[in-house]
Design a protein around this ligand. Sequence first.
Ligand code: AMP
Length: 286
Amino acid sequence: MKKITSVKEMKATARELRSRGKTIGFVPTMGYLHEGHLSLVRKSTQKAEVTVVSVFVNPAQFGPKEDFKEYPRDLNRDLRLLEKVGVDYLFYPDSEEVYPPGYRTYVRVHDLEEKLCGRSRPGFFRGVCTVVLKLFNIVEPDIAFFGQKDAQQAIILQRMVEDLHLDVKIEVLPIVRDEDGLALSSRNEYLNSKEREAALALPRSLQEAKKTIKIGERRAAVIIKKVEEMIRKEPLTKIDYVEIVDLDELKPIEMLKDGSLLALAVWVGKTRLIDNLMIEINEKRE
Ligand code: AMP
């Protein structure tokens, strides 16, 4: 695996690969890798001839009171994991390389960026879109892989790719969970054992929602209430939002339909966790 820190070198490498007709698969990450990240990387190594992974904790997507400084980092561990899964290039620039002094340009996907997580994290998706567009321009991938764990992010990036006529295909892969059901996240590192126990209310409540939908409930408000009640039973939790939205506009819906998203964000102690469920209703089978 070749390690690259400069934008110039990464661009030259991408250009050279493309001139040789290689397909480039790309997995952008903030590092501190876990099986969720690695599932994307493995898929890329299967689907593309060359795989590039970026590790960059993007300052532009953190609010002033958020955890940019504390965000877990362990490049050596990441290197070992990436070597094992057969990554070809690791791109890990520093902040100044990506945002040099005088930097002024930001990308926004209006309306969608203000929904769900955007309400309590203003500027978050502006930061995500900006860095992902920059990375796409630097790495020139044919396919980029993202996780369903960050469902709103995947929807917004897909919109950006379409709106800006980018030549990259976005592939979204399923949420990878720990054995106890908690969705893997670098931020799980922040949880102490009591908080971790409380955090299990998130996947538990989604499972409950799934069951309720399976037996025929279609009213979003009823499902949301159930989910909220289950989460509130855990004293260490504080709900940021629980919503059921359509996938195009991320607007709340009243009655479930195929392809709606049940998304939630919950504070567990000082850690904000997200999780979601894609709602699939196969009317014919029910
Ligand atoms: P991050 O390093 O948190 O920015 O995540 C990098 C990529 O990994 C994003 O596309 C995430 O959606 C994806 N990802 C993070 N956690 C998981 C997970 N548990 N399962 C699947 N993908 C994930």
